[in-house]
Design a protein around this ligand. Structure first.
Ligand SMILES: NC(=O)c1ccc[n+]([C@@H]2O[C@H](COP(=O)([O-])OP(=O)(O)OC[C@H]3O[C@@H](n4cnc5c(N)ncnc54)[C@H](OP(=O)(O)O)[C@@H]3O)[C@@H](O)[C@H]2O)c1
Length: 318
């Protein structure tokens, strides 16, 4: 089954996830959707110093929004901020240093943030593909800690704050790679069998899509979406998937193409009119399963995912 899913997915990717795929889809975009004034609205972007996160932060700053950049490295964050302020002429850009893989740090950060700032839109963009099974200082597998648990804690902790504002949104940058995975509740931290970083990453990205659907059904006041940026030429793709990058280099999207739907979901009126909880690609809600892939999980398994994350997260709550 996994070979079937991988093959169908790759063919789909060649058609849709490439630069050509973006250009075909963009013919149907409404050009006015991104012409908005974001004055008075506040956006948090995790992983805002590089790739899709940095371009998203810049596009928001250009439209007058307040930008909270959440980054793990001060030097890289400051360099990116300088670029964003320079290009946008918007000085309302702020850096917060946080390692998203540290559950305790994420809790502490979210609690402090709420005391000092308001937030309208959370963009869960930070992500990683670590190709060896490694544990962090809290004993958590690193892909799971960053992509799933960190995202889960940050979102859960900020939900009460988001409920206080007009038109709150949460966008989670998942990946089309999740289509090759069925939720696996038996091995959340990849302790069994041979470790495969690409599959661990895809499993985390599947979990983000399921969590987005659950949050949407539980918190009707907030507009949730997950999305796939396509295959964009970013440092993550170069360093975590060097063979794929070398083979696909000429077909990859620019970073701006990858960020387009993140920006659209975060700022446009059109996006807010879509139902909450969906998975987007090129400004359109798309299926979360490949045909005949048997990748659907039961409501019980999905409930268990959330309950297990809740339990794990509460261990690190200050
Ligand atoms: N590019 C693609 O084709 C593609 C396809 C599907 C999905 N995505 C998703 O798009 C998102 C953005 O990735 P990208 O392609 O733009 O790659 P990127 O340029 O490498 O950006 C990833 C960002 O996440 C940050 N990050 C990683 N681990 C972190 C941690 N523990 N704490 C805080 N920040 C952390 C990175 O910080 P550092 O600079 O410090 O490493 C960087 O700012 C990811 O979620 C990725 O999975 C990308």
């Amino acid at each position: 089954m996994s070979m079937y899913r991988n093959a169908v997915w790759f063919v789909k990717g060649l058609q849709e996830y490439t630069k050509g795929g973006y250009e075909a889809a963009a013919k149907h975009f409404s050009p006015g959707d991104l012409e908005v004034n974001l004055n008075g609205r506040s956006f948090m972007v995790t992983g805002a110093n590089s790739g899709i996160g940095k371009t998203t932060a810049l596009e928001i700053a250009k439209r007058g929004g307040t930008v909270h950049m959440v980054c793990r490295n001060k030097g890289r964050a400051e360099e990116a901020k300088e670029h964003i302020v320079d290009q946008s002429k918007n000085r309302d850009v702020h850096i917060h240093i946080l390692d998203m893989s540290s559950a305790q740090q994420v809790w502490e950060f979210a609690q402090n943030f709420q005391q000092n700032h308001t937030l309208h839109v959370l963009i869960n963009n930070a992500g990683c593909m670590v190709n060896k099974r490694e544990l962090n200082e809290e004993g958590m597998e690193k892909n799971f800690a960053t992509n799933t648990l960190g995202t889960y804690i940050l979102t859960t902790a900020l939900i009460p704050e988001l409920k206080k504002v007009e038109n709150p949104r949460v966008i989670t940058v998942s990946s089309g790679g999740m289509l090759v995975q069925k939720l696996n509740m038996d091995d959340l931290q990849f302790e069994k069998g041979t470790f495969d970083g690409t599959m661990a990453y895809a499993q985390n990205k599947r979990q983000q899509v399921i969590l987005t659907e659950r949050w949407a059904s539980q918190h009707k006041e907030i507009h949730f979406s997950s999305m796939h940026p396509g295959w964009a030429d970013t440092p993550a793709v170069q360093s975590s998937m060097p063979d794929f990058h070398a083979k696909m280099k000429d077909k990859l999207r620019t970073v701006a193409m990858g960020a387009d739907t993140v920006v659209w979901l975060a700022v446009s009126a059109a996006a807010a009119k879509q139902p909450s909880g969906l998975f987007f690609q090129d400004r359109k809600a798309v299926a979360t399963h490949l045909p005949l892939a048997f990748s659907r999980s039961s409501p019980q398994e999905e409930e268990k995912l959330q309950a297990t994350l809740d339990q794990l997260a509460s261990k690190f709550k200050p």
